[in-house]
Design a binder for this molecule. Structure first.
Ligand SMILES: Cc1cc2nc3c(=O)[nH]c(=O)nc-3n(C[C@H](O)[C@H](O)[C@H](O)COP(=O)(O)OP(=O)(O)OC[C@H]3O[C@@H](n4cnc5c(N)ncnc54)[C@H](O)[C@@H]3O)c2cc1C
Length: 558
């Protein structure tokens, strides 16, 4: 337990009765695919406020390239997709969650098409189905080649704009969830937010949905937009919800490495199309590490690159895509990004290195997206329903956002008491200004991200994790005690908390499993065949067994 990281309930001092008050049936925080889908469902039966700190085109959803995994082909089946997901998940997938999501895959695709989303079709009018690593069949539905996320967001945004029951608050930052008391189990009643024009506002809601996306910004190297600061996980933890499996961060092996520029993803479909990984000396090194070479799973390729660079030196390796015909047509978004840096993939090598890509863990939920705290739901990358286990199968995350967004919306629709708005209660947060010295936030963030990459990155070990925990604790002492009045400060505070949760979970899990690789415990251990759940009211993690097909995920406190 850390005094500041675990005990601070709200980031700012306020008196709810003195702030402007807004009432709604459902508040959805986050406007990526998970948030918009949930909002559309909830709006079937009541009023919804859908808010986001940035426009939807700056979100993990909008940046998604490869596509959505859906078992559609003649030879494909739900069982095969379930099997591939369980294999990728390293023994930690909850099968009821896997079955629920994959059984609803086609339904969620149809509902997206009904909203106007246009996916790439073949000459017969059927969906073109791409292939990605560790999938037994071609089952990746995509749009405009490698711009699937953009098309999904376009269609969902259009539908949300048409809905008379959805009020959109753009550029609105959610700071904290509201609970009547600070005692364990106090239900969530909405959120306190900051809007650049309207200032601080209290939004009271009967149902609050966190759809705040991933945690890539905790790391120096990431494929995510810098806005992926895991605010939702931090808000939920402060409000007393369970957070699960945080050690599992998936690292993508190939992001464009241009010193000084943000990393951007070079989809694994490029390796699928024949691109090879070579080192500075022109040696194709992947066959030295794994028989599947470039098509080994993401964690294996990322580790191999890290090993290779450690033994040979250098900051990056190269993708050789010169043999791929029609690169610009097949991967127009990637080709455009490469052109910005003067790289022509038909003649030039593409410099790449691994980067943090996907947060497998998050806010623990049941099969309806309900968290351990009444009134609070979580969905998408911010949530952890047990679908991905210890490692995510490629293109399964957009699928999860779409299916679970729909299910959360339907759960809210069927909740009793429609039309009854929440009753406000006085909530006071009294935080005193700190007398401790100040650290420069930009410095703290840059040091945090570097430390997380070095010590809690692709390769981990006990001593390095302990060092990271000490550093986070030190920065937290001088950052968590302050009162900020803008999103940069609040995000920094949340990033420190989330970095601490990832590190604690990685320290606790003294084994190697899925995308969590411990150099000092290189084997998987049956004693860790459990989910680890963290709650700020408990001094040690609670564990939950992995669920088999016949089990149901224990119901939340709703
Ligand atoms: C480069 C890239 C490529 C990918 N390619 C694929 C792919 O091909 N297939 C696949 O399945 N998955 C892919 N993924 C993963 C997938 O895109 C994401 O997991 C998924 O889109 C997450 O959706 P989401 O709605 O949960 O979060 P996001 O789309 O990230 O949305 C989060 C929302 O929350 C808002 N928000 C966050 N904090 C706050 C706050 N404090 N206050 C208000 N608003 C807030 C943000 O503004 C945003 O609107 C990719 C990811 C990346 C980064």
């Amino acid at each position: 337990m850390s005094e500041l990281l675990d005990q601070r309930r709200y980031l700012i001092p306020f008196r709810s009765s003195l702030l402007p008050q807004i009432f709604t049936e459902t508040l959805v925080i986050g406007a990526g695919a998970a948030g918009i889908k949930s909002a559309l469902g909830a709006a079937e039966s009541g009023d919804v406020i859908l808010l986001a700190k940035h426009p939807s085109d700056v979100s993990n959803t909008a940046w998604a390239q490869g596509g959505v995994a859906i078992p559609l082909g003649d030879t494909d089946s739900i069982d095969s997709h379930v099997h591939d997901t369980l294999c990728a998940g390293g023994g930690l997938c909850d099968e009821p969650a896997v079955r629920l999501i994959i059984e609803n895959a086609e339904r969620s695709l149809n509902s997206l098409v009904a909203l106007g989303a246009q996916f790439d079709l073949d000459e017969t009018g059927a969906f073109q189905l791409g292939r990605e690593a560790a999938h037994e069949h071609n089952r990746i539905v995509h749009a405009n080649g490698d711009a699937t996320g953009r098309e999904i967001i376009r269609a969902l945004n259009h539908a949300a704009a048409e809905s008379k029951r959805i009020r959109r608050f753009n550029d609105c930052f959610a700071i904290d969830l509201l609970t009547a008391t600070e005692a364990p189990g106090a239900p969530v009643l909405g959120a306190i937010t900051m809007h650049p024009k309207f200032g601080l506002q209290i939004i009271w809601a009967r149902h609050t949905v966190l759809a705040t996306g991933g945690a890539g910004a905790v790391y120096r190297e990431t494929s995510n937009p810098k806005t992926a600061t895991a605010d939702g996980v931090a808000m939920a933890y402060r409000a007393g919800a369970d957070i699960a499996d945080m050690s599992f961060i998936q690292f993508h092996p190939t992001t464009l490495y241009i010193a000084g520029a943000p990393r951007s993803l070079i989809s694994e479909a490029v390796r699928g199309a024949g691109a090879l990984l070579i080192d500075q000396a022109g040696h194709r090194f992947m066959p030295d590490y794994d028989d599947r070479a470039e098509l080994a799973s993401r964690d294996v390729v990322s580790r191999s690159i890290i090993h290779h660079l450690a033994s040979r030196g250098g900051t990056h390796v190269f993708l050789d895509a010169r043999t791929i015909e029609g690169f610009k047509n097949r991967f127009p978004t990637i080709a455009k990004k490469l052109a910005e840096f003067g790289i022509d993939p038909s003649t030039d090598l593409i410099p790449v290195n691994p980067a943090a890509h996907y947060a497998v863990g998050g806010i623990a939920t049941d099969l309806q997206g309900r968290t351990s705290v009444k009134g609070l739901y979580a969905v998408g990358e911010a949530a952890s329903i047990g679908f991905h286990g210890a490692n995510r199968l490629a293109s399964n995350s957009l699928l999860e956002t779409l299916v679970m967004g729909q299910i959360v919306g339907e759960t809210i629709q069927s909740a009793p008491g429609h039309g009854v708005l929440p009753t406000p209660v006085p909530i006071n947060s009294d935080i005193r200004p700190s007398e401790r010295g100040e650290l420069d936030i930009a410095d703290v963030l840059s040091s945090l991200r570097s430390a997380m990459w070095r010590n809690v990155g692709v390769e981990r070990s006990g001593p390095r994790l302990d060092d990271a925990a000490d550093m986070i604790e030190f920065w937290a002492r001088y950052t968590l005690d302050k009162i900020f009045d803008d999103p940069i400060g609040w995000q920094a505070q949340s990033l420190l908390l989330v970095a601490s949760l990832i590190t604690r979970s990685a320290q606790w899990r003294t084994e190697t499993r899925g995308c969590h690789w411990r150099k000092d415990h290189s084997e998987s251990s049956d004693s860790f065949l459990v989910h680890d759940c963290w709650n700020r009211f408990e001094s040690a993690p609670r564990t939950r067994p992995v669920l088999c097909a016949q089990d149901s995920i224990p119901s939340s406190g709703h």
